[in-house]
Design a protein around this ligand. Structure first.
Ligand code: UTP
Length: 408
C-alpha cells in the first residue's frame, strides 16, 4: 500500500495515531506495518463498543440429547461403527491450541503446563495418552492436527520435539497456524505492540477450518481420505479423543455434526447449552439465557436446557467445506492488552484495557443442519483447566484425574 493510500485508510477509520508511528520507521518497518494495516477487517474494528452490531439471536427451543443410558444400551454397535470408521482412516482429530491461556497465566503454550505432583505430567502428554487409548483399541493411528498461533507455534513444536511427541508417531502429527486479529482500546483505536506492529492476537477458535484450508493442511486431510474431524480444546485433560462410541453414534444418527455434552451441575452453571435456534442446532451461552430459559422444564419434569457443551465436536468434512466461506459472527471481548504507548514504552495492564475480536467454534454448530447431542459422564470426561485454583483449575482437574486412576 502506498503511503498516501495508507494515510487515507487510517484517516477514514480514525486511526491517524498509527500513521505517526509509521512515519518514525525505516523502510522495512513501514512495509511490515503497512502490510498489517492492509489486512485489517474494518467492519470488525467498527464493532468495538457497539454491542448492537453483534450477533442477533433467533428463537431458542430445547434439543434433547442421546443420554448416557441409551448410549450404554447400544454401546457395542456404536463402538464397532466408530472403530470401523477409524480403521478405514475416515477420522482425524484437531487440537485447538492457539489460545493464550491468560487465565492460567503461565508463560509458554498452555499444553506445556506441568500438572504433575510427584512426576512430570504435561497437559499435552495427557491428551496424547487419551488418544493412545483409542489408537490401541483400533490398532491404527489417528491423524492429529494441532492448531497454534504466531504467539506459540515455535514453542509448541519445540516442546513436542523435545518430548518426542510423547511416543505418538510424528508422521501422524501436523501443526498449522491460525489467523491473528488486531486489538483496540475502549474507543476503538488500534493498539501497537511494537514500533512496527499492531497488537495482534489469535482470532478465536472458530477459524480453525479456514486456517486448515489456507495453510494447505486441508490437502493432507483430503489426501488421507478423512471424512470426519473431531475438534477438541487443549485444556480438558480427561477428554476422549476420536472416541469410537461418539463417532459411531454420530454416524448412526445421520447427523452432519455431533457435540459431546454434560448434564448441567446446576441450572445456573456457566456453560453454553446445546439447543435449537430457529429450528437449527445452536449453542446458547449462559449469559444469553433468560431466567425463563434457565428454569424451563420438559414433559418429564427435567431441565429443558440441560446439556452443556465441553468443546468436543465432530464435523463432517464435506459440510465444513460448504460453510467455509460463510462469514462467522465476531465476538468482542474485554481483555488486558499489552501495548506500546506513543513514547514506545511497553505497558502490561493489570485490568482490561480494550477489546479483542474473536470468532468461536461454538457458532459453527448453527451452520450445520443437524447435530447429535451426545451425553457423557462429567466426572469421566470433563476436567477443564482454565485457572490455577478454584473452579475449572489445575486443582480441580488434578482431583478428577486422580479419581480416574491417573497418577500425578
Ligand atoms: P479459551 O476460550 O479457554 O481461551 O479456549 P484461551 O485463550 O485458551 O484462555 P484464556 O481465556 O486466555 O484464559 C478454549 C480452547 O480454544 C483454543 C484454546 O487453546 C483452547 O483449547 N483457542 C482459543 C484457540 O485455539 N485459538 C484462540 O484464538 C482462542
Amino acid at each position: 500500500m502506498e503511503e498516501k493510500e495508507l494515510l487515507n485508510v487510517l484517516q477514514e477509520h480514525g486511526q491517524e495515531h498509527i500513521f505517526d508511528m509509521y512515519k518514525k520507521l525505516d523502510l522495512d518497518g513501514q512495509k511490515r506495518l503497512a502490510a498489517q494495516i492492509e489486512r485489517v477487517d474494518w467492519s470488525m474494528i467498527a464493532m468495538a463498543g457497539h454491542k448492537e452490531l453483534g450477533l442477533k439471536r433467533g428463537t431458542f427451543e430445547p434439543l434433547s440429547a442421546l443420554k448416557i443410558d441409551k448410549i450404554a444400551q447400544n454401546r457395542e454397535h456404536y463402538e464397532k461403527t466408530g472403530l470401523d470408521a477409524i480403521r478405514a482412516g475416515k477420522v482425524g482429530a484437531v487440537l485447538l491450541a492457539g489460545g493464550q491461556g491468560t487465565r492460567l497465566g503461565t508463560d509458554g503454550p498452555k499444553g506445556s503446563y506441568n500438572i504433575g505432583i510427584t512426576k512430570d505430567v504435561y497437559i499435552f502428554e495427557m491428551l496424547i495418552r487419551n488418544l493412545f487409548e483409542v489408537t490401541h483399541q483400533a490398532g491404527c493411528f489417528v491423524p492429529l492436527y494441532i492448531m497454534t498461533s504466531d504467539k506459540n507455534n515455535t514453542e509448541t513444536i519445540a516442546f513436542f520435539e523435545e518430548k518426542s511427541y510423547f511416543g505418538y508417531p510424528k508422521e501422524f502429527v501436523k501443526f498449522f497456524k491460525q489467523e491473528m486479529a488486531p486489538s483496540v482500546d475502549f474507543n476503538g483505536k488500534l493498539y501497537m505492540e511494537a514500533p512496527d506492529s499492531l497488537s495482534l492476537s489469535p482470532n478465536g477458535n472458530g477459524g480453525w477450518f479456514y486456517s486448515m484450508a489456507v495453510t494447505g493442511t486441508l490437502e493432507d486431510v483430503k489426501a488421507r481420505g478423512i471424512e470426519w474431524l473431531n475438534i477438541f480444546a487443549v485444556d480438558n485433560v480427561l477428554q476422549r479423543i476420536a472416541d469410537p462410541i461418539f463417532v459411531g453414534a454420530t454416524l448412526d444418527s445421520g447427523c452432519s455434526s455431533g457435540a459431546k455434552v454434560v448434564s448441567k451441575a446446576d441450572p445456573n452453571e456457566k456453560i453454553g447449552v446445546l439447543c435449537l435456534e430457529d429450528g437449527m442446532p445452536s449453542i446458547v451461552e449462559y449469559y444469553e439465557m433468560t431466567e425463563e430459559i434457565i428454569h424451563s422444564k420438559n414433559a418429564d419434569g427435567e431441565l429443558a436446557y440441560n446439556f452443556g457443551v465441553i468443546l468436543n465436536y465432530l464435523f463432517r468434512v464435506d459440510e465444513l467445506e460448504r460453510i467455509m466461506n460463510t462469514k462467522m459472527p465476531v465476538h468482542t471481548v474485554e481483555k488486558k492488552i499489552p501495548y506500546i504507548d506513543t513514547n514506545g514504552t511497553y505497558i502490561k495492564p493489570e485490568e482490561p484495557n480494550g477489546y479483542k475480536f474473536e470468532i468461536l467454534v461454538l457458532d459453527m454448530i448453527h451452520m450445520f443442519d443437524s447435530c447429535l447431542s451426545f451425553e457423557v459422564v462429567r466426572e469421566k470426561e470433563f476436567a477443564p483447566i482454565k485457572n490455577k485454583t478454584g473452579v475449572d483449575s489445575v486443582e480441580s482437574a488434578r482431583a478428577l484425574l486422580k479419581k480416574n486412576g491417573v497418577e500425578l
